[in-house]
Design a protein around this ligand. Structure first.
Ligand code: SF4
Length: 449
C-alpha cells in the first residue's frame, strides 16, 4: 500500500508555488541527473504543457527549471538568487547543466498552453542535445505539493510502514487499536522510514522554518513581484494590531485578526519567492503555520508539541488527500490546495487542544466540507490574488472547525472519507478554466492595470 509521510508533505523550499516552482526544480534536476554524459550536451529544450504553460511564468517556473538543471534543490537553494536565474540565462545565452555550460535561448523553452499530457495537467518534456543529436529525453509531471512523477513511475511515495492506511477509517482503527493518537501512528511510520533522530530533527526544523517565515513576513513591507503591484500588508496589520491592543479603548480579543496576519505573512513571503515550507502546497502554505503559531502564542501549546503532535496530525490527514484525491490546484482546483491545508490544520489544532481521534477526524471533515467546490483562479497567474487572503480566511475556518468539533463528541453524519471522495469527484467535474490556468473566475474578471 502506498504511504505518504509527514516529511514528504512538509518540505522546506521556496515560493511561490509547490507545483509550478518546487516540482519543476526537482524535475529538471532529476532530468539532469539522468543524462548519461552531461558533459557532451550543448543544448536543452523544455516544453511545458497545460497549467504549467498557462501560469508558469507568474509562478516562477522558468527560474526553477534553470536552477534545477544546475543541480540546485528547493531545500538548499538561495531564494533571492533563484529569482534572477532566468533573466541571467537570457542575457548570457547560457545555463549550467550540473556545472557544464550549455547554450540557452528563450526559444528553448516552449509553452503549450492548450495541450495537456494525459497523466496530469502539469507536464514537462525535457530534451538534451549534443549538436543536432538528441541524446536524452524524459517527461515529468509536477503533481502538487512539490511531488514529481515520471511517465511511468510515482516518485517519492513511501511504502513499508508498520501502520499503512488508505482511509480515515483505517487510520482511526490503527490509532484506537493501539490506544494511541493519530500523531503517534504517524510518528511510528515516519520513524520506520527515516529513523527516530532524523524524524525529531526534521520536525523541529520544519516548525522552525514555519515560524521564521511568519516572523519574517510580519517585518517586511513593499510590493510583491509582478505587474499587479500588490502591496504587502502583514507588517501593517501587525502594527495596527499592536496599537489596538495597547489603546485605552480596549479592542477586545484580537487573536482572530492575528491569525489572519500570520497567514498573510507566510503567503506574502511565498509570493515574493522566499523561503517557505510547502504545507502541503505553497499556494496554501500560510494556513498550517498560522494555525500553529496561533496555538503557540494564544493557547500555550509548546514548540515541542507543535513540532510533533500538530505537524504529525496534519500530515496523517494530508496523506489521505494526497492518496485519495489531490492536493494540486491544477488537478482539483483550490479545494485541493487550500481545502486540504484547512482540513489538515483543523485536525492538528484539535489534536493539540486535547481532542479525541474522532473529534480530530470530525474537525478535518468540517473544514473540507466548507471548502468543496473552491476554484483556482489566480489573477495574472501570480500566487497573490485571491491566494494570500484566501489563506487567512481558511486559517479562520480551520479554527472554527476545531471549535465545532470540540463541542461535539466526534459523532457526525458525513465522514472524512466521504468528503475527500466528494472533493475528488468535484475536482474531476470542474472545468479546466478553474484549475490553475487563469482562464476563468477572478483571473478573467479583474482588470489588469
Ligand atoms: S487560487 Fe488556490 S489553488 Fe490556485 S494558485 Fe491560489 S492558492 Fe493555489
Amino acid at each position: 500500500m502506498a504511504y505518504v509521510g509527514t516529511l514528504d508533505l512538509f518540505t522546506i523550499g521556496i515560493g511561490p508555488s509547490s507545483s509550478h516552482t518546487v516540482g519543476p526544480m526537482r524535475a529538471s534536476r532529476a532530468f539532469a541527473l539522468e543524462i548519461p554524459k552531461p558533459e557532451i550536451v550543448t543544448r536543452i529544450q523544455i516544453t511545458l504543457y497545460g497549467s504549467l504553460a498557462a501560469t508558469g511564468a507568474g509562478h516562477g517556473t522558468t527560474n526553477a527549471l534553470v536552477a534545477g538543471l544546475a543541480g540546485q534543490r528547493p531545500e538548499e537553494c538561495n531564494p533571492a538568487e533563484v529569482l534572477t536565474l532566468f533573466e541571467k540565462a537570457k542575457a548570457s545565452g547560457e545555463i549550467s547543466l550540473l556545472g557544464h555550460k550549455v547554450s540557452f535561448a528563450e526559444s528553448d523553452l516552449l509553452f503549450e498552453r492548450k495541450e495537456r499530457l494525459d497523466k496530469h495537467s502539469n507536464g514537462m518534456r525535457f530534451k538534451a542535445f549534443a549538436g543536432d543529436q538528441l541524446v536524452h529525453t524524459a517527461v515529468f509531471f509536477s503533481v502538487g505539493g512539490g511531488f514529481i512523477e515520471s511517465e511511468t513511475e510515482v516518485i517519492e511515495i513511501r511504502k513499508d510502514v508498520p501502520f499503512p492506511y488508505q482511509s480515515a477509517v483505517e487510520l482511526l482503527i490503527h490509532a484506537n487499536s493501539q490506544n494511541s493518537t493519530m500523531a503517534e501512528i504517524a510518528y511510528r511510520n515516519e520513524v520506520a522510514i527515516h529513523g527516530e533522530e532524523s524524524v525529531n530533527a526534521r520536525l523541529i526544523a520544519i516548525w522552525s522554518a514555519m515560524k521564521a517565515c511568519i516572523e519574517s513576513g510580519l517585518n517586511v513591507d513593499g510590493t510583491l513581484p509582478g505587474y499587479l503591484n500588490v502591496s504587502r500588508r502583514a507588517q501593517g496589520m501587525a502594527k495596527r494590531l499592536e496599537e489596538m491592543s495597547q489603546s485605552e479603548n480596549a479592542a477586545g480579543d484580537l487573536t482572530a485578526e492575528w491569525l489572519q496576519a500570520f497567514a498573510i505573512a507566510v503567503n506574502e513571503e511565498n509570493a515574493a519567492g522566499m523561503r517557505v515550507v510547502t504545507a502541503p502546497t505553497n499556494g496554501a502554505a500560510g494556513i498550517i503555520p498560522a494555525v500553529a503559531y496561533f496555538a503557540n502564542k494564544f493557547r500555550g501549546i509548546s514548540d515541542e508539541k507543535i513540532a510533533r503532535d500538530y505537524l504529525l496530525t496534519c500530515g496523517a490527514i494530508g496523506a489521505l488527500y494526497k492518496l485519495n484525491a489531490s492536493i494540486s490546484g491544477a488537478e482539483a482546483g483550490c479545494q485541493g490546495e487550500v481545502g486540504s491545508a484547512c482540513s489538515m490544520a483543523a485536525a492538528g489544532i484539535t489534536a493539540v487542544l486535547g481532542g479525541t481521534n474522532e473529534q480530530i477526524e470530525n474537525a478535518a471533515e468540517i473544514a473540507m466540507e466548507h471548502n468543496l467546490g473552491l476554484t483556482c483562479d489566480p489573477v495574472g497567474g501570480f500566487v497573490q490574488l485571491p491566494c494570500i487572503e484566501r489563506n487567512a480566511i481558511a486559517a479562520g475556518t480551520a479554527v472554527a472547525a476545531m471549535r465545532l468539533a470540540l463541542l461535539g463528541d466526534g459523532e457526525h453524519k458525513i465522514s472524512l472519507d466521504t468528503v475527500i471522495e466528494t472533493m475528488r469527484q468535484t475536482g474531476v467535474d470542474m472545468s479546466t478554466k478553474y484549475k490553475e490556468t487563469s482562464m476563468g473566475g477572478l483571473a478573467v474578471n479583474v482588470v489588469e492595470c
